[in-house]
Design a binder for this molecule. Structure first.
Ligand SMILES: C[S@@+](CC[C@H](N)C(=O)[O-])C[C@H]1O[C@@H](n2cnc3c(N)ncnc32)[C@H](O)[C@@H]1O
Ligand code: SF4
Ligand code: SF4
Length: 344
């Protein structure tokens, strides 16, 4: 009874938040219903394209700290337990999922994982924990390109781990987690998109989570993996046909025909709609970019989210975003990238 009350109140607050956000209010009464909490930014891999190739401090969020952060958002409907890093490395990962399920069972829990650690016993724990969604970043269809991207020889292992999870879920007649795989177009995996779609079908995953052409390769990163626009375009066009043929669902696919009038100011709605808390409590917009301390709006382990959400800095950034000017320097480069890659 009490839970239903909380759930319906969360839905209502979510709608009210949507209203405030769509009107680009500079200060907001309601919180985002979709939040991200980075359990750790440590990782067992060192991928060629990863935004973690920076000088950020690394660490893990403690279990009590997690509870404090989670409870700052009593009306959240969905929580992604990622930032940078591998969430399955967190020693209390399953306690955290169980805690969420126990306190607010309707909250959707999602992780992105590199899939390396999912052996049979972990697959059991994942299913038993009630985690809602797991998205495995495969980005390759063969051992050679997987190694180039992930920096280590783990393709067969990851593929087997996906199969184990899919089969066990079937065997246990479990509805969760929904299993998705991802593919980010890069120079290193050029020409593999069709194979990837076929592989997703063969593996029997629930869906492809995202096929993305947008690679953060600016600001602190300066990565070299972004391919050419013309090759992406060609690949995505054929990929679209293959998706149709295979019938597999793809949650995000770059739009090939969408045209955005870039003469109009571009308003990045992250400053209203998303929030991500880093492992050490810094509150940042939901995108991957501003994870460094200099982009923090405040520390949620030291003060309440209420004050941070409408802090002077957040309001200032929303004002510039609303005018279409980049609120932080890095947004300028990001918007230039979006112009190129989001609407191919
Ligand atoms: C940062 S990782 C964290 C979760 C997990 N370690 C993984 O690899 O899935 C989350 C997703 O961000 C993607 N990613 C990493 N660096 C990126 C970049 N420079 N641009 C776009 N996506 C990136 C990864 O490929 C992965 O799909
Ligand atoms: S596995 Fe994920 S977090 Fe780790 S280096 Fe690769 S992309 Fe980055
Ligand atoms: S414009 Fe800024 S806030 Fe928006 S996605 Fe890019 S870096 Fe993130």
């Amino acid at each position: 009874m009490k839970l239903n009350y909380f759930y319906f109140k969360s839905l209502l607050y979510g709608l009210l938040h949507k209203y405030e956000a769509s009107h680009y209010k500079k200060s907001l009464h309601f919180y985002p219903y979709r939040i991200g909490i980075e359990l750790t930014n440590k990782c067992n891999l060192d991928c060629i394209h990863c935004i973690k190739k920076t000088k950020y401090k690394t660490g893990m969020m403690g279990f009590d700290e997690f509870k404090k952060v989670f409870n700052e958002f009593p009306y959240a409907l969905s929580v992604s337990l990622n930032g940078v890093g591998e969430p399955l490395l967190h020693p209390r990962f399953f306690d955290i999922i169980k805690y969420i399920k126990h306190t607010r069972p309707y909250v959707i829990t999602t992780i992105f994982s590199n899939g390396v650690l999912i052996n049979e016993s972990m697959a059991h724990e994942i299913i038993k924990s009630g985690l809602s969604k797991i998205h495995i970043s495969l980005d390759a269809t063969n051992a050679s390109s997987h190694k180039k991207i992930r920096g280590t020889d783990k393709f067969d292992k990851v593929l087997n781990n996906i199969k184990t999870l899919v089969e066990l879920k079937r065997k246990l007649h479990s509805k969760t987690p929904l299993i998705g795989i991802n593919f980010i177009l890069m120079k290193e995996n050029e020409g593999e998109l069709i194979e990837f779609i076929k592989l997703a079908k063969e593996l029997g995953v629930d869906y492809i989570c995202e096929i993305d052409s947008y690679l953060f390769n600016f600001g602190d990163w300066k990565l070299k993996s972004a391919g050419s626009l013309s090759s992406y375009k060609k690949e995505l066009e054929v990929g679209k046909q293959e998706l149709k043929k295979s019938g597999i669902k793809c949650m995000y696919y770059p739009e090939l025909s969408k045209t955005y009038d870039w003469n109009k100011p571009f308003i990045c709605d992250r400053f209203w709609k998303e929030i991500r808390v880093t492992f050490n409590g810094n509150v940042t917009p939901g995108c991957c970019i501003p994870f460094a301390e200099q982009y923090s709006y405040g520390n949620i382990l030291e003060s309440s989210f209420k004050g941070i959400w409408n802090s002077e800095k957040f309001i200032r950034n929303r004002e510039s975003a609303r005018k279409g000017t980049a609120p932080i320097l890095i947004c300028k480069e990001c918007i230039e990238m979006m112009k190129k890659y989001l609407t191919l």
